[in-house]
Ligand binder design. Structure first.
Ligand SMILES: NC(=O)c1ccc[n+]([C@@H]2O[C@H](COP(=O)([O-])OP(=O)(O)OC[C@H]3O[C@@H](n4cnc5c(N)ncnc54)[C@H](OP(=O)(O)O)[C@@H]3O)[C@@H](O)[C@H]2O)c1
Length: 232
């Protein structure tokens, strides 16, 4: 069943792969991007029905404006797919030059999805079968390798997913946290321990999202933990 879906972070990486797949499947997409030129000229831009709208995850007013424009264009919103996110290696004992990193990550990775969900919530309730799919991370489930700024932002995002699930349940809203380890995108480009082809591929996450959107309200999983490595 085609849905009207907002996708953040669709300019590249996982969000782009999800948008490409869902556009081909006939969903009505509203893509929130910082630089619309990133999508201009790609097959995605030509797919219809599609709305491209400016979106800056650090600004609550940007979420409100994007939701309002989507509602005006399509008259409904059935789902949110939160893909915008940032990574940093800032650890527990972050350096002086990294002092702003924890707050930057908490703002983009946690407050961005929070503000966007809050703005779209009345529409998801009205849908009666709203869906929220959030790109969290294995770093939202376990702590490894001293990524304190990133891990704390993603653990908090997992808690936010649980709050959405609890508060949306009676209205038919279902929430899935997708928790991959390394995925072959720009975010993982500096990783040397695993070759890109051995990472999870963004197109395979897009296939999971496609399946999630097909599932009835009675069968939506809370969480998909997907690691390209053995987890210990
Ligand atoms: N790649 C991995 O290994 C991995 C693993 C687990 C979880 N994840 C999570 O999956 C999500 C997508 O990651 P990815 O691998 O696709 O990363 P990516 O290739 O670096 O893409 C990140 C996306 O987020 C957008 N974004 C960043 N800051 C933003 C802001 N302030 N406002 C609006 N958009 C912003 C970027 O837009 P611009 O093009 O404008 O910068 C881009 O579209 C993230 O939440 C990430 O934490 C990734």
């Amino acid at each position: 069943m085609p849905r009207t879906l907002l996708i953040s972070g669709a300019s590249r990486g996982i969000g782009r792969a999800i948008a490409t797949r869902l556009a081909a499947e006939g969903h009505r997409l509203s893509l929130g991007v910082r630089s619309p030129q990133e999508v201009a000229g790609t097959p995605l831009e030509a797919s219809a029905p599609l709305l491209l709208h400016p979106y800056e995850a650090t600004e609550p007013a940007s979420a409100e404006a994007w939701v309002a424009a989507t509602a005006e264009r399509f008259g409904a919103i059935d789902g949110l797919i939160h893909c915008a996110g940032v990574f940093s290696r800032a650890g527990l004992l972050f350096s002086a030059t990294e002092a702003a990193e924890p707050e930057r990550l908490w703002t983009v990775n946690l407050m961005g999805p929070w503000w966007l969900t809050r703005a779209a919530w009345p529409w998801l309730v009205r849908s009666g079968q709203g869906r929220i799919i959030t790109l969290v991370s294995m770093s939202g489930k376990r702590v490894r390798g001293g990524l304190a700024a990133y891990a704390t932002s993603k653990f908090a995002l997992m808690a936010l997913c649980d709050c959405m699930r609890q508060e949306g349940w009676e209205a038919g809203i279902r929430v899935t946290a997708i928790c991959p380890s390394w995925v072959n995108t720009e975010m993982a480009a500096a990783v040397e321990a695993i070759p890109p082809q051995e990472m999870t591929q963004p197109e395979d996450l897009a296939a999971q999202v496609s399946l999630l959107l097909d599932l009835p309200t009675t069968a939506v999983p809370f969480e998909l933990a997907i690691s390209c490595q053995r987890e210990r």
